[in-house]
Design a protein around this ligand. Sequence first.
Ligand code: UDP
Ligand code: MG
Length: 318
Amino acid sequence: METLYIVIPCYNEEEMLPITARALIAKLDTLIADGRVAPDSKVMFVDDGSKDKTWNLIERFHRSCDLFTGVKLSRNRGHQNALLAGLMTAKDHADIIVSMDADLQDDINAIDGFLDKRAEGCEIVYGVRSARETDTGFKRFTAEGYYKLLEAMGVEITYNHADYRLMSKRAVEALAEFDEVNLFLRGMVPMVGFKSDIVTYERAARQAGESKYPLKKMLALAVEGITSLSVKPIRLITTLGIVIFIVSVLMLIYFLVIHFAGKTVAGWTTTVVSVWALGGLQLLAIGVIGEYIGKIYLESKKRPKYIIETDLEDEQQP
Ligand code: UDP
Ligand code: MG
């Protein structure tokens, strides 16, 4: 039987955690009782530098029941880094790891499906949302449009899959080989390869607390997804540059022809418009290139992606 760790990044989730903990412990108890996972399976909360009582709660859960464990990051590093910290810590204790959000929007009963696929020999099982009824129209539209955009950019990604998935120890160890600092895990996991499958589930609404992903963080993650996995934007700019160059050559020929035909050129509008158009395009191009240079700069520093302050798992050892 395999040891299962359920890894949950938490940022200011004091309202949600008691509900989540109760639901997950019931689930894990059933899985253990049914002999589907080993008795030393655990729920691992990763506190992403919360400013509220999240860590106190995690410590309390851990003390009251040894099915709970926790890791505390030294400061807020964002969802993706917190999740990675959890995966990397859990892989030393677990055979299989399921990652999910703290808000129970992902149906925990899909874990049964994950385990079925695991029994069939999958190393990675992706949870895929079948419906998005509970999301607002805006979120649904932007999210689905975004998956399409990523596909167009040549990023291999599972449609409508967020970070709810099962990974085997082997898959997580392979993921650990990826040295990059700019994380977009749902785009990186498919690069790991191995036998994988999907399980669909319905996504619920957040039960308590509010989304920790305001528009700003959402946009940052969206840009991260494209720029850290695809170089197509640079190629697009290059293509655009070539097209504009050809157009300007054609225009030059046209102006020379009417010049020698003796017609005066109505200059001002054309000049101003072209100055602005080219200026704008150049700035856009520089901006996109700058984005990548920024990434090269960060990657070259090889900073640690997270620093663990306390690992409750270590404290148990004598
Ligand atoms: N989260 C985190 N660090 C952050 C922001 C969010 O660990 O800086 C966690 C959060 O606690 C939750 C998960 O990431 O478990 C997803 O966040 P949320 O449910 O608020 O996002 P949404 O579902 O609205 O996209
Ligand atoms: Mg959520």
